[in-house]
Design a protein around this ligand. Sequence first.
Ligand SMILES: C[S@@+](CC[C@H](N)C(=O)[O-])C[C@H]1O[C@@H](n2cnc3c(N)ncnc32)[C@H](O)[C@@H]1O
Length: 238
Amino acid sequence: MTDFNETDWAKADFSNEFAENADDFVLERRRLLQIMKSFYGHFLAGKMNRVLDLGCGDGVLTAELLGTDGSIDATLVDGSDEMLKKAKERLKAYGRARFVKTGFQELLKKDPLDENFDFIVSSLAVHHLDRSEKGRLFRYIHDHLSVGGCFMNIDVVLSPTARLEEWYLLLWKEWIAERQETLKTGKGFADITERHRNKDNRPDTLEFQLDSLRSAGFKDVDCFYKYGVFSVFGGRKG
Ligand SMILES: C[S@@+](CC[C@H](N)C(=O)[O-])C[C@H]1O[C@@H](n2cnc3c(N)ncnc32)[C@H](O)[C@@H]1O
């Protein structure tokens, strides 16, 4: 079993670096967020507004959702004090946000969340779990959704073959190189694919994760978007 406290995410410097630079190196981050908002607006908004953001980081996902629907009742979970501090700061204008500090491993063991949600969303966090933990987390998510509620995961996935992985990583580098002139931070990130091989990254294939979602009981399971190793996928509790 993995342990959040053993990962680089438990170090403030590491999480700060991500939060400050993510717009520059997360491939098409703005589009990924747009897809999430469209999904929420189309399937859930107006009827089902209890949102759980797993591995919330600095709260970027929830802030985007709140920008489109201020009635959202949000719960944000992360293992990092530093990230939760940033998320609280970002969301201080919204009264109805609850922050829970816990690693996913603890969440699976002790389940401090005593309620159900309508939209469970996660971005770039689930790939830190190993294969069996991902399966358990998907079942946990299904258990914590109301009927008709949905799960969306924005995440990096493992390619089905090494040849494809090589090209997908090249696509990522090309995307960064094309935007060199406009990068927010001025950092190059030419080494992004080496960084991606970080010991805390444990991506699994999309196929495995879609199958795990179906096994957990999800309906309408699909990959909603994919660009190289970045994908958006999920399903609905029927
Ligand atoms: C790459 S960041 C993504 C943050 C945010 N969701 C975003 O898209 O900008 C990964 C986040 O997941 C959290 N995280 C990583 N492993 C975790 C675990 N095992 N349990 C809880 N949180 C975890 C980190 O602290 C970090 O905030």
